[in-house]
Design a protein. Structure first.
Length: 123
């Protein structure tokens, strides 16, 4: 069984979801539930902090793709921060930087929301 957790924290401009462990087919439903909970509570400016994310599979990546359009239609966005280089490389290889703001720190991600930076419009 994979080790994974999601912790919620509210900031002025966004809700921060800190992910920890291995995001794979067994644990992806936990992240999916966390994003749905935020959406259902009207929290649509989301930051995924991947500082403690050790592994991501295609199922984990699929969670990000499953929600981005809906969150943006509701007027929000998902920004990603603090990824380890090996995790960022997976996101980069699949073109996620063309769809998501992926920044180094949580403070940078919050700043994007605070400054009203619009979502990236994919190709």
């Amino acid at each position: 069984m994979s080790n994974f957790s999601v912790a919620f924290r509210n900031a002025d401009a966004a809700t921060i979801l800190s992910v920890c462990g291995e995001l794979d087919a067994h644990t992806a439903p936990e992240l999916e539930s966390a994003i749905k909970k935020c959406r259902d509570e009207g929290k649509i400016n989301l930051i995924i902090n991947g500082h403690d994310l050790d592994y991501i599979s295609s199922a984990g990546l699929g969670v990000f793709m499953a929600f981005i359009e809906e969150i943006r239609t509701l007027g929000g966005d998902i920004k990603i921060c603090a990824l380890k280089s090996k995790i960022f490389d997976v996101f980069d290889l699949l073109g996620f930087p063309k769809i998501y703001h992926i920044v180094e720190t949580e403070e940078e991600a919050l700043s994007l929301f605070e400054r009203g930076i619009q979502p990236i419009q994919g190709d």
